[in-house]
Design a protein around this ligand. Sequence first.
Ligand code: SPD
Length: 288
Amino acid sequence: MKSYSKILDGWFSEICPMWPGIALSLEIEKVLYSQKSKFQQIDMFQTKNHGKMLVLDGIIQLTQSDEFAYQEMLAHVPLFAHPNPETVLVIGGGDGGILREVNRHDCIKTIDFCEVDEDVINVCKEFLPDLACGFDDPRVNVHIADGNAFVKVQKNRYDIIIVDSSDPIGPGEALFEQPFYQSLKTALKPNGIIATQGESFFLHKECVINLIKITKNLFPVQAYSYFLVPTYPGGNIGICLGSLGPQLKKPCRDVTEKFQKQLKYYTPQIHEASFVMPYFATKMFESI
Ligand code: SPD
């Protein structure tokens, strides 16, 4: 599967068979970067109303106007569900947004960051320095490697693993399959938690069902959270979570006032609310 995104009359349209018949368009002011890396086409646009926008293989990864919602939720939901996360692995997310959020937790001692495409990191450091700001934290070890291969050889090592993948239509495809999830589980310490990019139950029903099936089979505690990101397909996206112990649906550590003030989307209330599903999704998940 590949995207057919295009720019027409100054508007970028995100067209992909993964969301047939629907496309988001953003008005573009300037192409800031456009190159093919070893793995994918990397584009950075200056949009008219939504800041800079990172696009990989024709698919929107983030815009400056709403990236905070995704990065905060994918990082802080699992991290605040764990009583004392000390070792963290982040797979994907070469833009550095998840890393920026993970680094806010002082209790964390080591963060392994694994991204397959070094060019994404470098382009984001150049054009999105406020986002790609976490790479120099002394707790961070950057590994330029395939996330699937990297995690396969890790055992009993991490309290939290966060997978910030692109969609399952390019280099990220294996990150939506059972063997990868088995490796994630093996790489966790007792009481560990995984959180993975979980697509949208409005537009990617089969994919979401499959992720929930996989995690339900592997983990004693499983849950799905969703939230709003206007520039993702359908305006929403989910997180698929699996835990070897802790409950997931409430933060189990205090979100201090100092911590809260750094954020724009995540709150303890939105943590809990993000697990409350619309009726059709509840029915859909019950049948799995
Ligand atoms: N449909 C796009 C899903 C993109 C998920 N990854 C975004 C990377 C942001 N750190």
